[in-house]
Design a protein. Structure first.
Length: 325
C-alpha cells in the first residue's frame, strides 16, 4: 500500500453533464479524494502525443456528493501523463476509431510511468460484445457476422433473437426480433449497413422479463457480493437504466459466482481492474470494460463501498509498480 498521497487523473466525458447521484466515475473520484489523493480531470480532446510523450491539459479538480454542485475545476496545466500515479480511463463509448487512438496515447502514458485503469491494450482488444467469444461456456448461442443470410438462418434456428451493433452502449439500437417478423430484413440491413459492418445476434433469453439484466461488478477479478438487476419496463425489452429500466440490487447467486470465476482471473491478469459483466438468466451477454456503471445503486442499497475497493486495488498496484521500477 502506498504511503504517500497518489496523483490521480481521470479521462471522462464532460463532468458538468453527468448525473451525480448515479455516476460511477464521480463515486471513484470521491473515494480517491477521501484518501487525500490529488485529483486531475481531462477530456479526450485534451490528450495528445508529442515526440512519443503522452501529454494532457489536466485540470485540478475537487468533488462533492451533491445533486447540483458536485465539482470545482481549476485552470488546465499541460502535464506529462506518465507523471501521474494512476489514470482512470472513464470515457463512455461509442467504441470508435477516436477511442482506439486515445488508447495509444494512454499506452504511452503507461509505458512512461502511470498505471492506467483499465489497461489500454485491453480496452482495444476486448470489445464488450465480441470478447464474450473468449468464454463461450458462459454465453447463450451467439453469432457475430455481417452476412444477413446467416442472421436470418440464426433467427430461424432459435425463433427469437436480440440484435445489436458492436460499438454502442446504454441500450442504443438493440432490437428483439422473432422468426417470420417482416421487420427482420430492415433490422439486419440497418445494423450491418447492408452487409458492410459486423453486428451481433444472440438467442433471446426470456429471463430478461422476470429477473432483468444483472450487472455483476468485478474489482481486480473478484466479484462484488451484490449485483444490480435492471428490470425492463412493460413497454420496453431493454434492461438498461438509460432506457428506463428499474435497478434492483440482489445478492450474487451460485451461477453468478461461477461466471465470475470463469472470466475474472483472465481480466485481472490483463490489467482490467474494474469490469461489469452483464448477466441475463444463466448467461453473460456483455463484458463491459470501458466505463462500467452501477456502483452508486449497489452502494446505496447495500452499504458497500465499491469505488473504495477499487482505490485500494489501485494503491496496491501503484506500490507494486514502484518497487518493480
Amino acid at each position: 500500500m502506498s504511503l504517500k498521497p497518489l496523483r490521480i487523473a481521470v479521462v471522462m466525458d464532460p463532468i458538468e453533464d453527468i448525473k451525480p447521484r448515479k455516476d460511477t466515475t464521480l463515486a471513484m473520484l470521491l473515494a480517491a479524494q477521501r484518501r487525500g489523493w490529488e485529483l486531475h480531470y481531462l477530456e479526450l480532446p485534451g490528450i495528445w502525443l508529442r515526440d512519443g510523450v503522452a501529454l494532457g491539459r489536466a485540470h485540478p479538480i475537487g468533488v462533492r456528493s451533491h445533486d447540483t454542485d458536485w465539482f470545482t475545476r481549476g485552470a488546465a496545466v499541460v502535464t506529462r501523463l506518465g507523471d501521474f500515479d494512476a489514470i482512470l480511463m472513464r470515457k463512455d463509448p461509442p467504441f470508435d476509431t477516436e477511442y482506439i487512438y486515445s488508447t495509444y496515447i494512454l499506452e504511452r502514458a503507461e509505458l512512461q510511468g502511470a498505471l492506467v485503469v483499465n489497461q489500454p491494450r485491453g480496452l482495444r482488444d476486448m470489445n464488450e460484445k465480441v470478447y464474450t467469444a473468449w468464454f463461450p461456456q458462459c454465453c447463450a448461442p451467439t453469432l457475430i457476422t455481417r452476412d444477413m443470410t446467416d442472421m436470418h438462418a440464426f433467427l430461424k434456428e432459435h425463433g427469437r433473437a436480440v440484435c445489436k451493433p458492436l460499438y454502442g452502449m446504454g441500450g442504443r439500437s438493440i432490437f428483439v426480433v422473432d422468426a417470420g417478423d417482416k421487420n427482420a430484413n430492415v433490422i439486419f440491413e440497418t445494423l450491418t449497413e447492408y452487409g458492410t459492418r459486423y453486428a451481433i445476434v444472440q438467442r433471446y433469453i426470456p429471463d430478461i422479463v422476470t429477473t432483468g439484466d444483472s450487472r455483476v461488478i468485478l474489482v481486480d477479478g473478484e466479484p462484488v457480493p451484490y449485483a444490480l438487476a435492471r428490470i425492463p419496463t412493460e413497454a420496453d425489452n431493454r434492461g438498461n437504466l438509460a432506457a428506463g429500466a428499474r435497478g434492483v440490487g440482489r445478492p450474487l447467486n451460485e451461477r453468478d459466482r461461477w461466471l465470475a470465476a470463469e472470466i475474472g482471473p483472465t481480466l485481472r491478469d490483463r490489467g482490467m481492474l474494474f469490469v461489469g459483466l452483464d448477466v441475463i438468466g444463466s448467461f453473460v451477454t456483455e463484458i463491459n470494460v470501458t466505463s462500467p456503471t452501477g456502483v452508486r445503486e449497489i452502494d446505496q442499497q447495500f452499504g458497500t463501498d465499491i469505488a473504495g475497493s477499487l482505490m485500494d486495488t489501485i494503491a496496491r498496484r501503484v506500490a507494486t509498480r514502484g518497487r518493480a521500477h
